[in-house]
Design a protein around this ligand. Structure first.
Ligand code: SDX
Length: 431
């Protein structure tokens, strides 16, 4: 926390209250209101947390006006181009680029934790085959606390480290198993001789009846999608993980809470909702109708994959994803993919419309990702599980940072009460 060189003065009636202002290494200053209620007897009011910093963090910085995203200071476009997902995991988890030896050790530790307890297979059998894979992931990840007791004591730094590696390593396995279960195919075990993204593709698409060769174009695209979704400051699901962890709950239960929050169409579920929207639009001539609906206050329809709480410029991840969509579809020989054509025309028409530009609504990470995932062979129901696989490193990194903070307190917001004031109970015979 930087020095308290500046102070804000809040005047309520005849009383004034001095509130310290802190500056970070980048981004807006913060006004420390922790003592406000004790001093002034009032709460601040910020439903949706549009102006609230919930914590200190050194992991990810977003400049919404510039459309800039940094992980431990490294720009996302450079990481997407030059790094790979497990190295990005190392950067997020430990704070800097690894040496070759550090990277080799980290990748080896993750690789050797990719299998799940054999008995967990039976958890899948309890679900209907048509269960959404996110419903399975919430359940199975939460159940990990029943199988990995030796890494649930959050006061033990070693157990925190083991739980972190286990989560990063096992999420692809669980997501792939959820997919296989939904299509009635046998589970495919992970392998130790292929990279993280290739392993995930193989666990999803290999069948016992024949050998499976990973397409290097697909594994590079998969790895880049993992990198682009890895972490994003204090978004809804990360804030959920932090709040759950603040009570001392075990890491697996907290990650399960994050998965549940990510599922929503306003958050990680937008990639599935966006592709379904693009399919519903179908052809470019229908775009004006949908843009009109998105602008209509009386119509709940919103352009999925558009807009963002923080970005008031292009989401830098969307730029990389759009370029990747062109490359992957071209390399896969998918000529003139109709969904991609609709997406590009929709983006063009929306960004030519004052409604979107005045409200600073641009494509976000979810606008193009579904097009690539669909071209790779995934059903829309797997889009958000893939987001969850990637975001696990973000949740875990933020969780570790919070648990290690000596100032850790349980998160317990207050409210503006608008309900009935005190009144006496009336017996039923008198009502
Ligand atoms: C993710 O937080 C993160 O970092 C999330 C994420 C991550 O990596 O973790 O980046 C991942 O969740 C990306 C966002 C995915 N969601 C969608 O694409 C769903 C569609 N977008 C919206 O629902 C919306 O833009 C949100 C939820 C993303 C942001 O909502 P805000 O910040 O609360 O903004 P808002 O709802 O107050 O909207 C401001 C105005 C409103 O109009 P007015 O009431 O001011 O007249 O913009 C309008 C909204 O109606 N608006 C849209 C719109 N998004 C906002 N209008 C049409 N289409 C949209 N998509």
């Amino acid at each position: 926390m930087a020095d308290k060189s500046k102070t804000a003065t809040l005047t309520i009636g005849s009383e004034s209250y001095d509130l310290p202002i802190y500056s970070g290494t980048a981004g807006p200053d913060v006004v420390d209101i922790r003592k406000l209620y004790a001093q002034a007897g009032v709460f601040t009011y910020d439903p949706g947390f549009t102006s609230t910093a919930s914590c200190d963090s050194t992991i990810t910085f977003i400049d919404g006006d510039k459309g800039e995203l940094l992980h431990r200071g490294y720009p996302i476009d450079q990481l997407a181009e030059k790094s790979h997902f497990l190295e990005v995991c190392y950067v997020l988890l430990y704070g800097d680029l690894p040496s070759p030896a550090q990277l080799e050790d980290f990748e080896s530790r993750v690789t050797n934790h990719t299998m799940i307890h054999e008995q967990m297979m039976y958890l899948f059998r309890g679900y209907r085959r048509d269960a959404h894979p996110m419903a399975i992931m919430v359940g199975v990840v939460g159940a990990m606390s029943a199988f990995y007791h030796d890494s649930t004591d959050i006061s033990d730094p070693w157990q925190r480290e083991v739980a972190s590696i286990r989560m990063i390593a096992k999420m692809p396995t669980i997501a792939a198993m959820a997919y296989k279960y939904s299509i009635g195919q046998p589970f495919v075990y992970p392998r130790n001789d292929i990279d993280y993204a290739s392993n995930f593709l193989r666990m999803c698409f290999a069948v016992p009846a024949e050998d499976y060769e990973v397409n290097p174009i697909l594994s590079r695209a998969m790895d880049r999608i993992f990198t682009l979704h890895a972490d994003h400051e204090q978004n809804a699901s990360t804030s959920t993980v932090r709040l759950a962890s603040s009570s001392g709950a075990n890491p697996f239960a907290c990650i399960a809470a994050g998965i549940a929050c990510l599922w929503g169409p306003a958050h990680g579920g937008a990639n599935q909702a966006c592709l379904e929207m693009l399919r519903e639009i179908g052809t470019p001539d229908k775009i004006p109708e949908y843009i009109a609906r998105a602008k209509d206050k009386d119509d709940p329809f919103r352009l999925m994959g558009f807009g963002h709480r923080v970005y008031k410029n292009f989401d830098p991840r969307a730029r990389v994803m759009k370029q990747s969509a062109d490359e992957v579809l071209d390399l896969l020989g998918v000529e003139n993919n109709p969904t991609l054509q609709v997406a590009k025309e929709l983006e063009k028409q929306a960004l030519a419309d004052d409604y979107f530009t005045d409200k600073k609504l641009f494509p976000n990470v979810d606008f193009y990702s579904g097009i690539i995932l669909e071209a790779m062979g995934f059903p829309t129901s797997m889009f958000t599980p893939i987001f969850a696989v990637s975001r696990t490193i973000g949740w875990i990194s933020q969780w570790k940072e919070m648990i290690a903070d000596p100032q850790l307190k349980i998160g317990r917001p207050r409210q503006l009460y608008q309900g009935a004031t005190k009144r006496d109970y009336v017996d039923i015979e008198n009502r």
